[in-house]
Design a protein around this ligand. Structure first.
Ligand code: OTD
Ligand code: ZN
Ligand code: ZN
Length: 349
């Protein structure tokens, strides 16, 4: 059966494009999104407005002719971030948000925050100027079980930081638990909070990583949780409700770095994200809410207009074949395999 769905052009509110050869290889795969929030966890991280401007120029240079994508930059919050630099970069439209990584939480997060008192002046300036804070919501305390780190973060860090900084607007990034969904829902009034959900966390639970053999390409942070949590994410993403929007967290790594005794975290979903999303929304009979999730709720939170132009998702009977890997210089990067056939493809409207 041939079907199609025309929606406003989607945005990606959480994306890793890396730098150098990897940047050039992966950026074209996100070119059909309208806007993307670009994560600052390069080595060294993007911490100043000046560095964000330079990085944006490198991203623009890596985009193919005629690409729709507009990179919205972020700054990596450190204990020495200058509040005035943040406010100025936001006022000129260079950055859309500031990113908080608890020190050591994920790939390249060594420069993250340990002492939250040190960042209080920046957070207060952000609240005042309306700059959203995007958070990687996991504690790094080794005593906390990895599957509990998101829920514990809400109680130990997120809620206290929000209470201490009235008016600070926060995005809980890549929610992986029912606890995260509930917290965002409870605090979403007046767009005080939003939450991104990735494509891969709608598809896999922790069995995908560990049952019947260890599968490094399904390992990411926050790690996928048990099935009840995946179902809570699906319900939230498909609810059409304002606080929840798409942030793919597409995070490419060379296969060489993933297939190691200590392999790194990240799923590369940029090439097939919209196909997978259409498939899972269709499966749950919720195709009509895909536009809210991918194209409307994000801009509403970021106080930006939705994209004016449209794309069409077209369903074909024959499964669509995506490459298993792409190449970046000498390296290969494995494309996320959802484990089921894909029938939807995104085209210009
Ligand atoms: N998670 N990998 C990466 C980032 C994300 O926490 C994240 O946002 C990465 O490689 O940059 C990952 O698994
Ligand atoms: Zn993160
Ligand atoms: Zn990320």
């Amino acid at each position: 059966m041939n079907k199609f769905l025309t929606i406003r052009r989607p945005d990606d509110w959480h994306l890793h494009l890396r730098d150098d050869e990897m940047l050039n290889a992966v950026t074209p795969h996100s070119a059909d999104f309208g806007r993307a929030i670009i994560m600052p966890n390069l080595v060294p991280p993007v911490v100043t407005g000046g560095q964000a401007r330079d990085y944006r120029a490198r991203i623009r240079a890596a985009l193919p002719e005629g690409a729709a994508l507009k990179p919205l930059m972020t700054l990596y919050l450190t204990e020495t971030t200058d509040p005035a630099d943040v406010v100025a970069a936001h006022a000129e439209g260079l950055i859309a948000a500031v990113k908080l990584y608890p020190a050591g939480a994920t790939t390249n997060s060594a420069s993250g925050v340990t002492d939250f008192d040190k960042v209080r002046p920046v957070l207060e300036a952000m609240a005042e100027a309306g700059v959203p804070l995007c958070v990687h919501g996991e504690v790094t305390d080794p005593a906390v079980d990895i599957f509990d780190r998101e829920a514990v973060f809400i109680e130990r860090v997120l809620d206290p930081v929000r209470r201490a900084t009235p008016g600070l607007r926060v995005v809980m990034e890549h929610i992986t638990t029912a606890d995260g969904i509930a917290y965002v829902r409870e605090n979403a009034a007046d767009a005080a909070m939003g939450g991104t959900i990735t494509t891969h966390h709608l598809v896999i639970n922790r069995n995908a990583i560990l049952a019947g053999g260890i599968r490094p390409h399904y390992y990411c942070l926050p790690v996928a949780k048990r099935e009840t949590h995946r179902l809570a994410l699906r319900e939230a993403a498909m609810s059409g409700q304002g606080p929840f929007f798409l942030g793919t967290d597409s995070a490419p790594h060379p296969d060489r770095a993933k297939l190691q005794p200590c392999g790194c975290a990240g799923c590369f979903t940029a090439p097939n994200t919209m196909s997978i999303l259409a498939q899972v929304f269709e499966e749950d009979g919720k195709l009509e809410t895909l536009e809210a999730f991918a194209s409307l709720n994000g801009p509403a939170f970021y106080r930006l207009p939705p994209n004016e132009d449209r794309v069409t998702l077209r369903r074909q009977d024959e499964p669509i074949r995506y490459p298993e890997t792409i190449t970046a210089g000498e390296e290969t990067v494995t494309v996320f395999d959802p484990g089921f056939d894909l029938h939807w493809q995104m085209e210009p409207a």
